[in-house]
Design a protein around this ligand. Structure first.
Ligand code: NAD
Ligand code: IPM
Ligand code: MN
Length: 360
């Protein structure tokens, strides 16, 4: 039996609903593949902040470091500023564990009709730089009390930071369709972007089999809506990648299905797996959240932990549930979170029985 210690932070809002759903599915798959997932539940998040003035204990990051992976729901509530909740938990985890790749696959799913007609089959991956760029701690400040109030924040792009994410994206593109699009804004206005372009281009010199195209982020956003089937791997800075990944998720049907992996590709530190969506306060507590983003993120975790067959089994099961017409409200269906989860579990068992995904 292969055993993994996983830190679980369900967090806020629908994180509390989609996390148990994903764990139920993961436990079932794990049992069928001879895996033992040892969940370590941590009640960190906004309630912890209300009680202790911090999102996680002082030694929280050290506790996480002892795990093989981190499984996160979402954080953020309407009555606490996001700057406290996100800079207090999500961003420090991504940085401390050098999770510099945020991998966000986007695919057309069976039984899910994309909101735009005739988009063709979508199968792309956003590789988002996850440690620096526009999400910088340097200079971030509001200057109050002056006649002209203002706020500043310095975007920071390092050669090392851009190069390593570009190389990761190039390797991924080489293993897929061989096409890499770099999101840029180098037309003279954003001064960091010509540097981004230069480092990406230089990194790609080692990958002659990959075709690199740079596209301006504004035109790229429009083109993604109009011609999503043209894209294979998209490498983007922290902020551009954030925006593109919600957009790309939405054009396949709902951001509720979009997964992500915050990877430390060298495996020196635990990676973190979380849906692309947030805590969705507008639907929290209603039992209607789509758990696919969380379940699929769990499959990405199984894959990263070295269990691709188990990961594929879980993906096939939620795809079968969708194909069979069980869908949550965001996808135009009427299934509750738990009803959808039960359908996925049923398909996990069916697929094991038909032998398609049996055994390790
Ligand atoms: P959101 O992603 O939470 O929600 C955007 C919209 O999508 C809402 O209408 C919501 O109902 C819907 N939606 C999202 N996930 C869904 C799902 N699984 N099923 C069905 N519908 C779903 O974004 P927001 O409302 O802008 O942000 C809410 C809070 O979450 C904020 O505090 C934000 O900072 C935080 N946030 C956290 C994370 C994270 O922890 N990783 C990510 C994004 C946003
Ligand atoms: C995401 C989220 C976060 C981000 C926010 C909540 C800080 O939107 O994971 O995509 O921008 O990285
Ligand atoms: Mn986002």
């Amino acid at each position: 039996v292969s055993r993994h210690r996983v830190a679980v932070i369900a967090g806020d809002g629908i994180g509390q609903e989609v996390m148990p759903a994903a764990i139920d599915c993961l436990d079932l798959v794990a049992g069928l593949h001879g895996l033992d997932l040892d969940w370590h539940h941590l009640d960190w998040g906004s309630d912890h902040y209300r009680a202790h003035g911090r999102m996680l204990p002082v030694d929280g990051l050290d506790i996480l470091a002892e795990h093989d992976a981190i499984f996160l729901g979402a954080v953020g509530v309407p009555d606490i500023p996001d700057v406290e909740t996100l800079w207090g938990l999500l961003i420090p985890i991504r940085r401390r564990f050098e999770q510099y790749v945020n991998l966000r696959p986007v695919r057309t799913l069976p039984g899910v009709r994309p909101p735009l007609a005739d988009s063709g089959p979508i199968d792309l991956v956003v590789v988002r730089e996850n440690n620096e760029g526009e999400y910088s701690e340097i200079g971030g400040r509001m200057y109050r009390g002056l006649p002209e109030e203002f706020a500043v924040q310095e975007a920071v792009f390092t050669r090392r930071g851009v190069e390593r994410v570009a190389r990761y994206a190039a390797r991924l593109a080489a293993s897929r369709g061989g096409r890499l699009t770099s999101a840029t804004k180098s037309n003279g206005i954003v001064h960091t972007m010509p540097f981004w372009d230069e480092v990406v281009r230089e990194a790609l010199a080692d990958f002659p089999e990959v075709e690199l195209r740079s596209e301006l982020i504004d035109a790229l956003a429009a083109s993604l809506v109009l011609h999503p089937a043209r894209y294979d791997v998209i490498v983007a800075s922290n902020l551009f990648g954030d925006i593109l990944s919600d957009l790309a998720g939405a054009i396949t049907g709902s951001i509720g299905v979009a997964p992500s992996a915050n990877l430390n590709p060298e495996g020196r530190h635990p990676s973190m797996f979380e849906p692309v969506h947030g805590s969705a306060p507008d639907i929290a507590g209603q039992g209607v959240a789509n758990p696919v983003g969380q379940i699929w993120s769990g499959a990405m975790m199984l894959d990263a932990l070295g269990h691709p067959a188990a990961a594929a089994h879980l993906v096939a099961a939620f795809e079968a549930a969708l194909a069979g017409g069980t869908r949550t409200r965001d996808l135009g269906g009427r299934a509750s979170t738990t009803a959808f989860t039960e359908a996925v579990r049923g398909h996990v068992e069916d697929l094991a029985r038909t032998g398609e995904h049996a055994g390790p």
